[in-house]
Design a protein around this ligand. Structure first.
Ligand code: HEC
Ligand code: HEC
Ligand code: HEC
Ligand code: HEC
Ligand code: HEC
Ligand code: HEC
Ligand code: HEC
Length: 365
């Protein structure tokens, strides 16, 4: 597998300055990094760098040791203690982060993660409270969704990850290998058409959806080893159909494709894809701006609820029709019960209960 240059985005910068500059601040680019005091968002100070559990004597301490973020798990009842570094960070930190450590050429998940909304350390999703478990192996598929490239190599007869890898999601994940494109344009100044590069904007609707579906169509069984899919190819050659394909309400975590498929917007609009609304090259946080995308198709709608909505038609548009929903797949066990993570449902529809609740919070109603 070709890994590409160490910092691929920089090789595109000379000719796509504005695109690259904005892209470097996106969640895609920041979704994985080497762990240090800037990339780890969880607090490492003595006051807050701690997670207590409901099991007596079991706790976790997160701190900088000689400049490196580390986790120490203590089980004082059994007289056990183990320290591992937060070698790699997974997650830009918009919702949260998980941390991996290297062990004999393999990567394992640390038992503690960080939840941004609560601004605190939590048991990693799926772990029991009070459990000290360092044995959860990170499979290549996890890295396929959260990094650009990882190689599996043989070392003394066993498969390990090569230390030659590329973190962050970079251009090649969606555009393919750009080497020939860069070489061509470096010697053909003035050429107005991009050559020898995949522009997903020119793919068919299905291949466009596949391009995002590599990572946004939920849990799927593999038909081939991870990291084989290339942009422009049919995803079904590499993966079994999504487990949620026949589920009327797919989980909101990581499965925007199946959720969107269930909306009338999608079913009644030939050619609608993710990029109908999303500009992938920059962060998008302004919901009023995103609502403009809805109005590009719904400009003539006499909104049936408009009397009750008034001036907030745009600013609350997304909250009413793509409400936040709790993920059932992401299970977070705390010392006192269960916590949750909320995502936008991409099943765009009318949710009268949600709308009624939102209208209630408006002071002038
Ligand atoms: C030496 C200059 C140069 C470099 C370096 C360069 N490009 Fe381009 N690229 C161009 C030109 C010129 C075009 C055509 C005009 C335009 O669309 O901006 C283009 C167009 C494109 C297009 C649109 C192609 C189409 O079919 O519409 C994509 C996608 C693209 N580049 C991606 C990349 C990526 C990814 C990199 C880095 C790996 C990169 N470029 C590096 C010059 C360059
Ligand atoms: C997550 C997927 C993804 C990544 C990563 C990505 N792009 Fe794109 N890119 C797209 C899509 C999709 C389009 C087509 C947009 C459309 O048609 O609306 C596109 C279009 C382009 C174009 C054509 C002009 C335009 O904006 O439509 C250029 C140039 C480009 N990308 C450069 C880059 C560079 C440089 C990087 C890395 C810094 C990069 N892209 C990373 C998905 C991606
Ligand atoms: C290689 C895997 C991968 C591909 C391909 C990919 N994504 Fe993502 N996407 C992710 C991951 C992982 C995140 C979460 C990043 C984070 O916050 O750590 C994400 C986050 C996002 C977000 C939220 C960004 C934010 O700022 O909160 C949007 C929107 C998105 N992706 C759209 C797309 C679209 C549209 C495409 C196809 C053009 C696409 N993605 C292709 C993996 C991918
Ligand atoms: C099929 C692709 C896929 C796989 C496999 C996957 N993720 Fe994700 N992950 C995503 C996407 C997409 C998002 C963001 C959007 C969402 O959750 O709906 C995300 C979000 C996250 C976030 C939150 C990021 C943030 O800042 O909000 C963390 C942490 C995370 N994943 C960790 C992991 C770990 C650790 C593994 C492997 C053990 C893993 N993921 C496996 C696609 C994937
Ligand atoms: C590509 C065009 C397009 C975009 C973009 C779009 N829609 Fe739609 N939407 C449609 C079409 C077409 C229908 C079906 C109309 C019909 O069947 O009468 C629809 C239906 C709907 C419905 C009725 C759903 C139902 O189940 O009865 C709602 C609500 C809606 N859209 C809201 C939105 C919102 C909010 C956005 C932005 C987040 C949006 N739409 C973006 C084309 C679009
Ligand atoms: C306060 C919540 C709220 C806001 C804000 C809101 N809607 Fe709605 N919308 C509703 C409700 C509730 C209905 C169903 C009303 C009914 O059936 O009587 C609805 C119905 C619709 C329909 C279906 C119309 C039909 O004839 O079936 C469309 C399309 C739609 N909304 C689009 C939008 C778009 C686009 C925006 C933002 C630009 C928006 N809405 C803002 C609550 C809202
Ligand atoms: C009709 C418009 C529309 C379409 C089409 C659309 N999205 Fe979104 N998406 C949104 C809006 C609006 C948000 C909310 C942004 C926010 O909260 O910051 C969003 C948020 C997201 C997020 C962040 C999830 C979260 O809960 O924070 C991801 C990931 C994402 N979209 C991926 C996709 C993918 C992949 C596709 C294609 C299957 C897609 N989107 C299609 C409008 C759209």
């Amino acid at each position: 597998m070709a890994l590409g240059p160490p910092n691929e985005a920089e090789t595109c910068r000379p000719c796509h300055q504005a695109t690259v500059q904005a892209y470097l601040t996106t969640a895609h680019y920041r979704t994985s990094a080497v762990g240090d005091s800037t990339t780890v968002h969880g607090p490492l100070d003595p006051a807050r760098g701690r997670l207590s559990t409901s099991r007596v004597g079991v706790s976790f301490l997160m701190a900088l040791r000689e400049g490196r973020p580390t986790l120490t798990a203590t089980d004082s009842a059994r007289g056990l203690s183990r320290t591992e570094p937060l070698d790699l960070v997974i997650g830009s930190g918009r919702k949260g982060q998980s941390y991996l450590y290297w062990y004999h050429g393999l990567l394992f998940e640390l038992p503690v993660s960080y939840l941004t909304t609560a601004n605190q350390w939590i048991n990693s999703p799926g772990y029991q409270d009070g459990q000290v478990d360092f044995t959860r192996l990170i499979p290549p598929r996890c890295l396929e969704c959260h990094t650009t490239a990882f190689e599996v190599v043989e070392n003394a007869g066993t498969a390990v990850y090569s230390d030659n890898y590329r973190l962050g999601i970079t251009c090649r994940k969606c555009h393919g290998d750009g080497t020939a494109h860069v070489e061509y344009h470096a010697t053909h100044a003035g050429e107005k058409t991009g050559r020898a590069i995949i522009n997903p904007g020119r793919l068919t609707q299905d291949r466009k959806l596949d391009n995002c579906g590599l990572c946004h169509s939920g849990a799927r069984n593999l038909k081939a080893p991870a990291f084989r899919y290339k942009p422009g190819e049919p995803l079904d050659n590499y993966f079994a159909p999504p487990a949620d394909r026949d589920n009327p309400t797919p989980d909101v975590h990581g499965n925007q494709i199946e959720l969107l498929r269930r909306s009338r917007c999608f079913r009644s609009s030939p050619g609608m894809t993710c990029t109908t609304c999303h500009n992938i090259h920059r962060p998008e946080r302004d919901l009023t701006v995103l609502a403009e995308k809805c109005l590009s198709c719904h400009q003539n709608v006499q909104h049936p609820a408009s009397a009750g909505i008034g001036a907030r038609l745009k600013s609350a548009c997304i909250d009413c029709h793509m409400p936040l929903r709790k993920s059932n797949a992401l299970q977070i066990n705390t010392a006192t019960g269960q916590g949750g993570v909320y995502y936008r449902s991409h099943t765009i529809a009318t949710y009268p209960d949600v709308a009624a609740e939102i209208v209630k919070t408006w002071p002038d109603r």
